[in-house]
Design a protein around this ligand. Structure first.
Ligand SMILES: [Zn+2]
Length: 140
């Protein structure tokens, strides 16, 4: 399942028209979340928007979630919807795993928890092994 829409699509066209390429999968996401009773609260779902008060912490009604998502965007690195009833990628090992495997690395903690509250541009440490390897070959 392609989730590049979550972060790689302009949510608004010309600053005021909701981009259907964002809205369509967003509505699917909300429907998915509502279909998991154990992850809802009287018809409300956790809002995964990037507002400090939300970020999968507070429950909001679906319409509010939609507005938040369009105005704020998703909290960073939330490819695996574990707060909305989706099994953990690392357990299921489905194809979506690729989307965050670069940040799973050697970390033992669940990455999406690790980066939940770190703000916008907190990048996971990059593991750069190509440089030294190439040098080693050069000097041989
Ligand atoms: Zn929100």
């Amino acid at each position: 399942m392609d989730r590049s829409w979550m972060y790689n699509i302009d949510r608004l066209i010309k600053g005021h028209i909701i981009n259907p390429n964002f809205e369509r999968p967003l509505l699917k996401f909300i429907t998915f979340a509502l279909s998991k009773p154990r992850f809802t609260d009287r018809g409300n779902i956790r809002c995964p928007c990037n507002r400090p008060k939300c970020r999968n912490k507070s429950f909001q009604d679906p319409e509010t979630v939609k507005v938040h998502m369009i105005t704020e965007g998703f909290v960073p690195h939330y490819y695996n919807w574990v707060h909305h009833g989706e099994p953990h990628f690392s357990l299921t090992r489905q194809s979506q795993y690729n989307y965050y495997s670069h940040m799973a690395g050697s970390s033992t903690a669940a990455p999406e928890y690790a980066y939940d509250s770190c703000g916008n541009h907190h990048k996971p440490p990059e593991i750069d092994v190509s440089g030294p390897e190439l040098n080693a070959y050069d000097t041989r």
